[in-house]
Every structure is written in C-alpha cells, then in structure tokens.
Design a protein around this ligand. Sequence first.
Ligand code: PEP
Ligand code: MG
Length: 573
Amino acid sequence: MFYKGNPVSKGIALGKVYVYKPYTPEITEKTFEPFRIDEYLQRYKDTKASAEMELQRIHALLSDKDPEKAKIFAAHIDIVNDVAITEEIMDAIQYDHFEPDYAIETVFSKYIKMISKSKDPVIRERAADFQDVKNRLIRNWHGIEESNLSTLSEPVVVAAYDLLPSDTAALDRKNVIAIITETGSFTSHSAIIARSYEIPAILGIPSLMSFIRHGEEVIVDAISGDLITEPGKEQIEQYTLMRSQYIKKVRESKEYLDKEPLTKDGVRIDIGLNIGSGNDEEIGHSQFSDFVGLFRTEFLYMSGDSMPTEEQQFEVYKNVLSGFKDKPVYLRTLDIGADKTLPYLDLPKEENPFLGCRGLRLCFDQINIFKTQLRAALRASVFGKLCIMLPMVSCIEDIRSANAIIEEVKSELSEIGIPFDSNVKIGVMIEVPSAALIADMIAKEVDFASIGTNDLCQYITAADRLNPKVTQYYQSYHPALFRLIDYIVSSFNKAGKPISVCGELGGDPQAIPVLVGLGLRRLSMSSSAVASAKAVLSNFTMDQMKEMAQQVKMLPASEDVIEYLVKTQNIKE
Ligand code: PEP
Ligand code: MG
C-alpha cells in the first residue's frame, strides 16, 4: 500500500516499524480532603524535584555530545522551576484542594493555550515544550518510568502521531533509520531534528496511527514522500538499490563543497548564501560561495528585546560586508509582519496578515525604522559591496517610493559628510505574483532581482505557507511556479539585469537543474545546501537542463513534476 506525506528530511530507508506512543496522561478532576493539604503539597514538591532530576540527567548527557539540544532541556528545567507556574499549582492544591496531577494539568493547559495563540511562530513552537514538561510532571506524580527513544535494540523506522522535543533530543541516532509521523510540517521540531541528524523523515501522513502496525516492514521514501507498507520482493530490491545510490550520492556531494560550481559542460553558475545573523560562522562560509543572495536582516530585530540601534546595525552590516569583501551582499531590508513579529513593536491585528502590512509595506508605514536601517546599511557600504534588496514588492510604485526614501537618506548622509558607496545597487525580491507578471517592467526600474519562491509559491497557490491544513496545496513543484519563474528569468535576462533565486527552491537539488535550464545563473541557498548543489550541477549539461525545464513546464501536476525529476536524476534507477 502507498501512503503520502511531506518529505522533510531526504533519504530512503527500509525496515521494521517501531510504533512509539509517548506517555499521554488522562486526567480527570480530582480533589482531596482539606486535612491532607500539607501531605499533598509535600508530594507535589517531591514530584517536581524528581522531574527536575530527570531533566538534569538528560541535560548533562547532552551537554558534551550536543550542546544545541542540551539547551532544550535547560529551557525545560526553567519551565519546571518557573515561579509563577509553581505558585499557581501550589495555590490550586492549597486552596482548591486539587490533586497535584489535576492542578498541573489545569495550570499548564492555561499557559499552553495562551502560547498556542501567539502570532509569532517561534513562540507558538514553545507550546510543545510546555506540553512536554507538563507530561513529565504528571508522569512523575504517578511514579511511571520514562520511556523514550534513547535505547532501541535494533534499527527501526519510528512511527508516531507526533514527536515532542524530549522524544527526539535523546534519540538513539544509530538505531532510528527513519521517522514517520501523522502530524508536523517542515518547521516542526521533529523535522528540524531529523534534518540535523540526517534521518529520512516523512511527516503529516494522514491517519498514520490507524493503519501502521508495530513490527511490520515498510519502505520510507523521503525523497518523494512515499510510505510503502507490505512491500513486495521486487520493491524491496528496487528501493535497496536506490538507497545505496542515494547514500553514495550524498557522500560524493559532500566532497564538492570547495569545488567551483560548474555544469558538466563547464558553464559557471554563481552560488550565493542565505544568511541570517551575520555572525562569524556565516561569514566563514564566504570561501565556498560567490555572493550573499539573501541577508535576512530581520533576525537582528527578532533576536533582541528592543529595536536594534543604528550603531548596532552598522556594526553587524560592516562585519558582513568586510567579511565578504568584494563579493556582493544582497542586504534585504526589514521583512517583518505576517509570520514574523517583533515583541516590542505593537502592530495592529490583521485578518489576513500574509496579505497585509508586511515587508516593505510596513517599512513605509514605520518610516523611521526604515530610514534607520538604510542609514546603517549605507554607512557600512564603504566596507564591501552592498546591494539593497526590497522585500514584498507588489507594484512599480513600491520601487519608486523606496528609491525616493533611499535618495533622501543618501542626501542626509552627504549633508553631514558621512561617506557611503554612491554606486550601491538597488534590487527587489520577486515574491508576489503581481510583481512577477510585470517582471519586464520591473527589470527596467532596478539593478537586480531575486525570486523568493517561498512566498511566491504561497501566493500563487493561495496556500498559507504555515498552515498545516493546506500543505498539500502549497506545492513547490507546481508547474505554474516554474512557468512564472520562466517568465521572470527571461525578462531579466533580456534586460541584461542579474536575476537569482533565494527561496528554498534555489537550494533544492531536485529543482536546481530546472532552474538553470530556465536560464538562471545565480542561485542562493543555506550553507548546508551548497555541496549538493555543486554536485548536482556537475551532473548535467546545459542542454540536458534546458530539456528538463521544457518538460517540466508542460507537465500538468506537481506530482508529475516530482515523478519526472526523480526519474531524470537517476536516484530511482
Ligand atoms: C522567500 O519568500 O522565498 C524568501 C526567501 O523570503 P522569506 O522566506 O524570508 O519570506
Ligand atoms: Mg519572502
């Protein structure tokens, strides 16, 4: 039987299923006789202490092996010891005579509900941590031993409804050959952990827990998103071969990191980096890239609890520009709004935030924030090759207004004698269909552009990129997206202006040959995607990639495109 889900961490695995059902408490309202208050308060304190001890043990275990994951547990220790939560639980025991498990359930549920409603996806993700700590406390109250995925006796495909941070952080990496879940999307905890451990994973398989059986043999094809149960002998042979070819390919591609990005017939494709914080690690990656195709400056704004000052921004921009020396840096101006919020900036609630006041629109609305950023960037421009990139452009007027503001900032700097590079290039992200459809006009108004396929895909398919209910409609391989990219690229190539892709598609090995075939010569991606991008390029000639692009444009459905690309890239032969 074939089932479909979202492949969030690529790879192929064949093996036995281990159905993992984490402890899920069933709590009913329970109260006790008032004379037992002291006893229950003491027992709650003991419960809290033993939960904390468990967490300290996991934290210590991970501190050396994996400091990043250790941080998750440090945060859980903080939640266990949170003063407000502890006080509320103790009050519920003392004054309402709730039994501790019911008190824990009541208080934590209130917080989880609150956090889940946050507009900020980063805060929303924290609900899983609170859920995790709640379950741990209740399990300890009932004196039940912890069961997790840290000790497995043989290699297995872990199947679960969902995986909480503590399930995945202590995961026995050797023995988990794949992860399949009923819920979850590209940004969920399970997906992030699976990718960082390079474990193939398919999430969001509808009704998984109702049909999957513990111990049964399955094939997990986390390239195309297929889960195959009860596989036949032929399928097993076919996928075993595919698996070894895929592993070989990944191993080989890692060797490509330092190589020049050339197609099989020697055409140079420039590889850019998508960066966020502008720290030294990111700057260190400059050696194997040609430019920064996307500097997401909003990370600077999102990481602190107040607006970064002009001086703070100047220091970061200067560091990045001088780090990349003569390599162009596409500094994207503040792209806040919709999924990205700033805790210290009170923005009015919108019915449709993705269609609302985000990106450049917000900058026009909060002109001082915009001008501060432009001043910091222009001042830093003397240290490297600054290119200013405007997000969420939907019409020519946007470009004209932004240009006028940039000119204003330039003359203000000139008046007070502050130097800047007068030759700074101004470009846009093409991520809104209205802008894409007038790419020929836009090309006349800007120095360069970069295609933001993440947003372009959500707007062209009318599928919110964060809404798990519509992931099947958010189709990155939708032929419409490729047709639109074709139009944008040919418009810019005709105008002789640089065009690149900086959305996720730009670093997707399966999509890269198509993008190059459509005429792109500049691709920007996260540093982890560079090696395989270079490897893929070396596999195909320009003619082959052009042919692939032509074919893809003529296919009717996203699944046809995926099938075609998998076949042509010989992963499955
Ligand atoms: C995009 O939309 O493709 C993009 C690169 O920007 P972001 O993902 O930050 O919206
Ligand atoms: Mg975008």
